[in-house]
Write a protein that binds this ligand. Structure first.
Ligand code: NI
Length: 172
């Protein structure tokens, strides 16, 4: 397994739209394992392929606390249907926007249809943190970030700070 590089906002590659996965094979499963390793190493609870510069509709999630047993979830070609549009406010962060946490409103309850790591179709109903996480990650596959839900001013402030940090890291 290997750690993948996580793209950071405002990298334009985070705006690419991911393509449907046509077949689940060992190569894809290797990518899935690498994504889990990368996500756990960064203490994240979700990672979309877009964030590691792979344009495939694939995401991994594990919302278990670090002291709990791992609960790895794989979603290939996920399709979301809103079951309860009631807005749920949750403070979100993102491995592509490290260090920033902001409240975002999303539908409270969703149904997801996807393929698992064996290519088998499954359906899952999610609410609470899992619903937030799934919607956040599927957004990545469409080139969307949680900062897009913030005011222009807030987003601009985050962008400016991130660019400044990235320049400092480059010159360090
Ligand atoms: Ni994210």
């Amino acid at each position: 397994m290997s750690l993948l590089e996580i793209l950071e906002y405002p990298d334009p590659r985070l705006r690419k739209k991911a393509l449907a996965v046509s077949g689940v094979d060992d190569e894809l499963r290797q990518t899935i394992d690498d994504m889990f390793e990368t996500m756990y190493a960064a203490s994240g609870i979700g990672l979309a392929a877009t964030q590691v510069n792979i344009q495939k509709r694939l995401l991994v999630i594990d919302i278990a606390d670090e002291d709990e047993q791992r609960q790895p979830l794989v979603f290939i070609n996920p399709e979301i249907e809103v079951l309860d549009p009631e807005p749920h406010r949750h403070e979100e962060g993102c491995l592509s926007v490290p260090g920033y946490f902001e409240f975002v409103e999303r539908p409270r309850k969703v149904r997801v249809n996807a393929l698992d790591r064996n290519g088998e179709a499954f359906e899952m109903v999610a609410e609470g943190l899992l619903a937030v996480c799934i919607q956040h990650e599927v957004d990545h596959l469409d080139g969307k970030l949680f900062v897009d839900y913030l005011s222009v001013l807030k987003r601009q402030r985050i962008k400016t700070k991130m660019e400044k940090e990235q320049r400092q890291n480059l010159s360090a």
